[in-house]
Each structure stands twice: as structure tokens, then as C-alpha cells.
Ligand binder design. Sequence first.
Ligand SMILES: [Zn+2]
Length: 235
Amino acid sequence: MDNIIQGISTFKGQIFPGQQQMYRRLVRDGQSPKALIIACADSRVSPEHITQAGPGELFVCRNAGNIVPPFTQQNGGVSSAIEYAVVALGVRDIVVCGHSDCGAMKGLMTPEALGKMPSVAAWLRHAAAAERIVCEAYPAGMDPKEHHRALALENVTVQLSNLRTHPSVAAALAKGELTLHGWFFEIESGELLAYDGEAARFVPFADEAGLPVAQASLTRRVAVPEYRAAPIAAE
Ligand SMILES: [Zn+2]
């Protein structure tokens, strides 16, 4: 705890005075983050650090395994964060960010290790589809390291699917006002992989090529052409 107390002291005495104007502006104008990032609670995976974002720039929701429970009638912290980000803040991008060496993904592979963590075990059931995909659709006999990496990558796409079940997300996607991203942070190399939804694969982020997206921002109504003539706000 000593390091944390020292950090608070340094922030208050040395950092905040130089940033006071910015913080005052953020209070005066309110927050308007451009993106919601749903990342793992792992202490080594800090969305603000990876993206070099400052206060007010990212709306962040973190939990074990960067999981997005599908929409249900029950209240939940992740669901509330998503709804608030989309409806109240009007974010234009949502990122689901997984990572290498993820303890939650190890837990999915070895459920017997979760005997004393019933809440974690129950939570990870939201990622069960990723485990089934790797067990049934990948080559048999993968070594545990390969299995673990495949699971963490598949989990990002499973959580993106869960994300689309939320009414606020579905509506924003249909209006062409939202883009979905799947990222994977490799802790050991600092590399960021981005999910390319069209190619259905993760590719390394490259400055010059831009960032591939999981689902692009496109107005989409399956009942077109019947309603083509009807104007909607996004057009
Ligand atoms: Zn993790």
C-alpha cells in the first residue's frame, strides 16, 4: 500500500497542479469520451496506458476475462456501462480487448482449479462458447499454450457477439452510428492485434494501414427496400 499512498501524494502535489485547468474543463463541459473499452481486470492490461489516453478520453469497463454478458432482464455492471456509454455519452466505438497470459482464460481451460472460486466459475460461463469452439473446431492435441492463446482470441469474438445482443448496441449499429473493435494485447511484446471482421482474423496493428475493425459503421436495415423511402435520423 505504501507505493499507492506515495502515488496519491505525488499526483496531488506534483501532477494535478499542472493539469488543474484540464480537470476544471472536464467538469465544466462534462465528459465526452469517444470510445468504450471493455478490457480484462488484469493489472498488466491498462487501456489508458496502451492507448496513451488521458482523463476524459476513454470510458472503461474492466472485469475478469473482458466478458460481456448477453442482454438479459437482470441488471449488471457491464450492461449498464454499455447502455450509458452508447445512449448517454454517444460513443462511436466499442472495443473488446483481450490479452495474452490471461488468468481467466486459464480458468476456463482448467475448471477444476476454480473449486474455491464459485463466482469466477459462474462468470466465466459467459465465455463457454469460446472454449467449445477451441475444443471442437481446432486441431486436436494442441499444446496448452496454443490452446490458451486460441481461447483468448476466440473469446474476444464471442464477447463481440454478446455485445450485439444489447438493444442499445443493436440500434446504434443499425443506424450506422457505432463501430465494433476486437483487440488483443500481447503483454510480452507490447503488440496490439486487431480483429478484421471481414477476413475473420486478427492482424497486427500497423500505423500506416490503419486499424481493421470487427464491424464497420454501416446503416443496416434488413427490411429495405420496403422502407428505403422512409428517412431516418442517420441519413
Ligand atoms: Zn485477463
